[in-house]
Design a protein around this ligand. Structure first.
Ligand code: SF4
Ligand code: SF4
Length: 113
């Protein structure tokens, strides 16, 4: 069991979640985060912290398309444990449809610097 970051994180990336994770399992892409399923201890603390409501347990039907996605990109992206300033246009992208198709970037983020 693990928690999973889903589509609405793309270009929202508020990063409130990274401050509360007790095991530092968030990984940063250019415009979204994922959770490393190998490190997540399923505590659920991050779920209510996400302003975009993008974090769900992998038992949630909404997670189906995202479980493999989180596992794949957590191997490619750097660790992030300290929140930085969210993108200036984050609120504009909250709830936008088809973000994976139209706005996702496979590039890694900066991670903790
Ligand atoms: S708080 Fe939510 S929207 Fe922000 S980075 Fe974490 S998962 Fe993404
Ligand atoms: S469920 Fe807990 S361990 Fe997993 S990502 Fe969220 S805060 Fe971290």
């Amino acid at each position: 069991m693990a928690y999973v970051v889903t589509e609405n994180c793309i270009r929202c990336k508020y990063m409130d979640c990274v401050n509360v994770c007790p095991v530092d399992c968030f990984r940063e892409g250019e415009n979204m985060l994922v959770i490393d399923p190998e490190e997540c201890i399923d505590c659920g603390v991050c779920d209510p912290e996400c302003p975009a409501e993008a974090i769900v347990p992998d038992s949630d039907p909404m997670a189906d398309a995202w479980t493999e996605f989180n596992a794949r990109f957590s191997l490619l992206w750097p660790n992030i444990t300290i929140a930085r300033t969210p993108p200036g246009d984050a609120a504009k992208f909250d709830g936008v449809k088809n973000k994976l198709r139209d706005h996702f970037s496979e590039k890694p983020g900066d991670g903790d610097e």
